[in-house]
Design a protein around this ligand. Sequence first.
Ligand SMILES: [Zn+2]
Length: 121
Amino acid sequence: MNTETDGKCRLCQQFDKTIDHIISACPILAKEQYIKRHDRVCAQLHFNICKETGVQLDKEHWYEHVPKSVETSQGGKVTILWNQQVQTDRIIPSNKQDIIIRDNEKGTYMLIDLQSQETEM
Ligand SMILES: [Zn+2]
């Protein structure tokens, strides 16, 4: 099936066509597609968390779900924040979390942040 012989990525034509390159390192896909994928994964996760914690949802399927900034479960046990900045006592470069789950009874928080693409360390 693979008829290309040079083994370079068809989109950027700079790097070898490896799985790692295609799923997370192509400069052409990085401009838009990785961000879209990241946002859809986060929206699905948000949908499932809402469902599990008893938040009233207007849509039946995750792919129709548009996360709201703040959701509260029925009865108020859990608050779910979407794409919110966290206040810290020192400067942190990325203090915006994708999803924050606050347990209102225990007063605890769970922070969830997904990477949109591979980051060079
Ligand atoms: Zn590429």
